[in-house]
Write a protein that binds this ligand. Structure first.
Ligand code: ADP
Ligand code: ZN
Ligand code: ZN
Length: 751
């Protein structure tokens, strides 16, 4: 007999206790993951509804005690069914457990108090109140009432928060005044919609000819019956992609369907949200990582009830329980943030395509620098390509210049600003235009090392160098970016006791210091992981800069994504090469993306912009093509290299991470897993195994890490590899106990 794991309540707490039932032969064909079934439950065997989440191979109690599924419920497929089957697919394709997958997909239900908003309203004609004020205005025991009445004369409705917090009126005073009929306390229930305040007026924009053509093509595809190919919208920054999304969503809504719009978290700012609110008002919901669990749940619930028609958010918004989904837009589709870092390591693009297919919806991907994968899929005919080659409106593309830092050095300039960049910054400061300085610091930071023995100060728990930080009072500390371990700066080298140790490398803090020294008249903002920790930290900095509160914004990759600052006419990329030579097959693609996006920040408004790329490798194809803003040439070079070396998207790739605190066991199991995979290798060139080797960071938080990379022509062989590895992992008691195994089916670089 076959078995099914069934949950009877769709909530995170219940997931850990599924019940096992037998599947009667007659129902076998009808029961899939997510199927709603009726099962006999409890002592009285009362029939209740449950959902199938998994199919265990064996059960650990006698077969004659197992109950059978009574029937398959054949009402319309519910949202729960949809989401559970999505989770099942994620588990199958990305690894992890079914519980982890379900927790990713299902909204966290929490009991939350509905927030009541109380408004204090004036309940008498203004003339009456004025008369009253004349009578009581000077009485000392009436001061609070006078204060409130005066405020209400100016603004007849005030929120209770304001009345209590700013006017200092107590509840008892309010109640008394309500009894006297002077005021009314109006109660209304508010949904926690964090961006409701942004409701604005509708600004009519007519699509230009190119946009219109693309829009009509998309619409045609959308109106087709049956499965729809993913559509890639390849349009330079500012070419009006967002306008096209908005128009398409309008059509979707007119048909009574819903849309999901994914945006990288960091680009999820006031600017983009306000455009959606302007268009669609409070039918738009938003999800972002700084929201509380309750706030997120409200949004999901409103979506399920049909109050919302559009959900905008990062990766997790993909699981919005829309029952009549028509469209999924993934903006900046090349962004790394669409790949989940935690288990299950799903990719939002692939998962969106799967979900869309099941619900007859269409996926639109948008980017100025499409992922190599998406462009490759277009070439192969799996996706459909649309292009917007010029900026909408009147903005001109930025002029991009390369500066050869080797030459600067030869000419005696050792500062981090080339002569050209320095001149341009001074010019912009004079003209009161804004500047962005971008430090491409991925995989790179300021560390402390010894001038005598050359060793860097390492984290005692991880195999990475400690990063140097300075707090606002100027005190220096060392912090590990992997485990958070902190220590004071040592006075001497831990390795050879030499006192000559010091900081190396360039961090954003250091750039800030240099800018302040070189351009003392400039007002400077800095944006990186350290300055954006708090709630809305990033948004505050971006808004301050957009509001003209600073002349220069310094930052890491987070400043180059999707923001629109019309007064920025200069972008300086301080060291373009920092990410170029990372041990990562996607290093060139990531560098090209960052540089192109960074250049796209210049000259978004009426004034033309310049971008300056400072580099030690002015001949490298990723640098040259980003200078020319020439994606297609970059693609040609890069795809050739991926083909030769059998990397994605030409081949499929799986990375297997073997980790644990016992170094010996980890090594031993890694070797055994490697051996078990040999059956797939043979002479067949369509399968290639690399490793086991040390992970890029071989130890994190005292956990040792080994990786094996698999490259294969087809996905099937990756799945087989996983099964073989899992076979080894369960073989020995000590492996099961001390070693963990993790799979990544679409690695975005080195582990
Ligand atoms: P993208 O999403 O490709 O970066 P946007 O849709 O944000 O481009 O458009 C860039 C700017 O150009 C925005 O300020 C937008 O309002 C404006 N814009 C877009 N389309 C048009 C149009 N047809 N006419 C005038 N302005 C437009
Ligand atoms: Zn030393
Ligand atoms: Zn550490």
């Amino acid at each position: 007999m076959k078995y099914a794991s069934i949950i009877v309540d769709i909530s995170h707490e219940k997931l850990d206790k599924p019940f096992t039932y037998g599947i009667p032969g007659a129902l076998e064909n009808q029961v899939t993951a997510g199927t709603a079934v009726e099962i006999p439950f409890g002592k009285g065997n009362r029939l209740i509804t449950g959902y199938v989440i998994d199919f265990p191979e064996k059960i650990d109690f006698p077969e004659d005690r197992i109950k059978l599924i009574a029937s398959v419920l054949d009402k319309n497929v519910t949202m729960e069914s949809e989401l559970i089957s999505l989770a099942f697919w994620i588990r199958k394709n990305y690894g992890g457990t079914i519980n982890q997958a379900l927790k990713t997909v299902l909204p966290v239900k929490t009991k939350i108090q509905e927030k009541l908003q109380i408004t204090v309203c004036l309940n008498q004609p203004k003339e009456e109140v004025k008369k009253l004020l004349c009578q009581i205005g000077t009485k000392r025991n009436m001061l609070a009432r006078v204060r409130l009445l005066k405020a209400l004369l100016e603004e007849p409705k005030l929120s209770k928060e304001y009345v209590r917090g700013q006017l200092h009126i107590s509840d008892s005073t309010l109640n008394k005044m309500e009894e006297l009929g002077l005021i009314v306390l109006e109660k209304s229930r508010v949904w926690r919609n964090p961006a409701m305040a942004m409701l604005g007026s509708k600004k009519e924009i007519h699509l230009n000819e190119v946009q219109r053509k693309v829009f009509l093509e998309l619409l045609l595809e959308y109106q087709k019956e049956g499965p729809k190919k993913p559509q890639l919208l390849f349009g330079v920054t500012g070419s009006g992609k967002t306008e096209i999304y908005l128009k398409l969503i309008e059509e979707v809504m007119n048909q009574g369907k819903q849309a999901i719009v994914l945006i990288p978290e960091i680009a999820l700012t006031y600017q983009i949200l306000s455009r959606f609110y302007e268009r669609f008002g409070d039918q738009v919901g938003v999800i972002h990582s700084k929201m509380s669990v309750g706030e997120r749940y409200d949004q999901m619930l409103r979506a399920e009830k049909g109050d919302l028609k559009v959900m905008v958010g990062p990766r997790s918004a993909l699981f919005t329980p829309f029952t009549n989904l028509g469209l999924i837009v993934i903006d900046e589709e090349h962004d790394q943030a669409y790949k989940s870092e935690g288990v299950p390591k799903y990719h939002a693009r692939e998962t969106a395509i799967y979900r869309a297919n099941k619900q007859d919806a269409m996926v639109v991907l948008g980017s100025a620098t499409p992922s190599l994968n998406s462009f490759y899929q277009c070439q192969k005919g799996n996706y459909k390509l649309h292009q917007l080659p010029v900026r909408a409106g009147n903005a001109q593309p930025a002029k991009v210049e390369l500066v050869d830092l080797r030459k600067e050095l030869r000419e005696g300039n050792r500062s981090m600003f080339s002569k050209r960049l320095k001149d341009l910054i001074l010019d912009r400061l004079e003209k009161k235009e804004q500047v962005i300085l971008f430090l491409n610091r991925r995989g790179y930071s300021r560390f402390v090392s010894c001038r005598n023995c050359g060793e860097a100060v390492m984290c005692p728990h991880c195999s990475v160098a400690m990063t140097l930080h300075r707090n606002p009072f100027g005190k220096e500390r060392l912090v590990c970016h992997y485990c958070g371990h902190e220590m004071d700066l040592p006075k001497e080298c831990p390795n050879c006791a030499s006192p000559f140790i010091g900081g190396f490398g360039t961090g954003t803090q250091q750039v800030e210091d240099m800018v302040k020294k070189q351009f003392p008249m400039a007002k400077v903002l800095r944006m990186d992981l350290d300055t954006t920790k708090g709630k809305e930290g990033a948004i505050k900095i971006l808004e301050a800069f957009a509001g003209g509160e600073a002349d220069i914004l310094i930052g890491t990759q987070m400043i180059v994504k999707g923001h629109d600052f019309p007064n920025v006419t200069l972008v300086g990329i301080l060291a373009a090469d920092l990410s170029l030579f990372a041990p990562d097959f996607m290093a060139s693609e990531k560098t090209f993306d960052l540089l192109t996006q960074a250049c796209g920040r210049a000259g978004r408004g009426r004034k033309p912009g310049i971008a300056v790329i400072q580099t030690y490798n002015p001949e490298h194809y990723a640098i040259v093509t980003s200078k020319n803003q020439d994606y297609k040439s970059f693609y040609k070079e890069e795809i050739a290299y991926r083909k030769i070396l059998k990397y994605p998207p030409v081949f499929q790739m799986l990375s297997i991470l073997i980790s644990g605190k016992k170094e010996e066991l980890v090594n031993q199991m890694a070797i055994e897993v490697g051996k078990s995979l040999q059956v797939l290798e043979g002479d067949y060139l369509g399968y290639q195994k690399i490793g086991p080797v040390d992970a890029r960071v071989a130890k994190i938080n005292d956990v040792y890490r080994k990786v094996i990379y698999i490259k294969a022509e087809n996905h099937e062989n990756l799945l087989k590899s996983r099964d073989l590895a899992e076979g080894v992992a369960v073989e020995k008691e000590e492996y099961r106990k001390y070693v963990s195994l993790q799979f990544d089916f679409s690695p975005m670089g080195g582990q």
